[in-house]
Design a protein around this ligand. Structure first.
Ligand code: SF4
Ligand code: SF4
Ligand code: SF4
Length: 253
């Protein structure tokens, strides 16, 4: 995977606050799609290689921004890269790191670190778009393998990634799944951006919204529908907070 042919687009991967699951998905993709390695030159990817070069055209960034010092690093990536793509929910919408959004930050820090919180540089969890302009997104927690491969191929043809603008429910219905809401589950598929093939409901697990809100998501309709089915408000709000806390704030501002 070492750098070599300068004629190929030079690609780098970076990580901020994350579990690195999206990078692992990329590593997995590269093992099964060796053709990708023939058309790009990966010059930096801490998860997978020790070589490191600073001259790259495309940057894939995983993870959310949680420390003041992250900003300078992210700005340097933006200055170098012609194209920056947010990789996964942490980079796209703050991810599960942003579950603390809206809580008293000092209280959260004390809960996590006790009296030693002052020793750790930490702050609000934000998507990378809160600090730099982002050219594209590969949503999800973790990212979808096929979507990542399509994204790379599209970028090589000059196309930025454009995730679907319709709801997970559309994909779920096209797979002829029985709706989990009708079975008493809090499923967020009606407000969540599609593109994962409704994989969770297909395996009998409610959608948690990891791909972010679809444009014009009808949150009031979702809440009213779930309330009409006697699903507890606390369960609905807890589900919405897991991945969507920051987007909810923006949409409801
Ligand atoms: S989006 Fe999910 S899988 Fe990817 S780095 Fe964040 S927590 Fe891990
Ligand atoms: S199970 Fe979830 S994603 Fe599927 S149709 Fe019902 S609400 Fe939509
Ligand atoms: S069904 Fe929902 S939670 Fe599951 S991968 Fe798709 S968007 Fe994420």
């Amino acid at each position: 995977m070492a750098a070599g042919n300068c004629a190929k687009p030079r690609v780098a991967f970076f990580d901020f606050a994350s579990c690195e699951g999206c990078q692992l998905t990329v590593v997995d993709c590269l093992q099964t799609h060796l053709d990708l390695l023939q058309v790009v030159d990966i010059v930096q990817f801490r998860e997978a290689m020790s070589e490191r070069e600073e001259d790259y055209l495309i940057a894939f960034v995983e993870g959310s921004v949680t420390r003041p010092s992250d900003e300078a690093r992210l700005l340097a990536i933006r200055r170098q890269a012609a194209i920056v793509v947010a990789l996964g929910a942490c980079a796209h919408i703050g991810g599960v790191n942003a579950v603390r959004h809206g809580w008293d930050f000092n209280a959260v820090r004390k809960t996590v670190y006790g009296d030693e919180g002052h020793r750790y540089e930490t702050g609000e969890a934000r998507p990378i778009s809160a600090v730099i302009p982002v050219d594209g997104v590969v949503p999800g927690c973790p990212i979808d393998r096929q979507e990542f491969i399509r994204t790379v191929r599209g970028l090589l043809q000059g196309r930025l990634p454009r995730p679907p603008e319709y709801a997970v429910c559309v994909e779920c219905k096209s797979r002829e799944n029985a709706c989990l809401v009708l079975q008493g589950e809090v499923c967020l598929g009606s407000v969540t951006r599609a593109g994962c093939g409704a994989i969770c409901p297909t395996y009998q697990t409610a959608c948690e919204g990891c791909r972010g809100l679809m444009p014009d998501a009808n949150l009031a309709g979702l809440r009213a529908d779930l309330a009409a089915r006697d699903l507890p408000t606390e369960s609905v709000e807890a589900a919405l907070q897991l991945f969507l806390s920051r987007e909810l704030d923006q949409q409801e501002a």
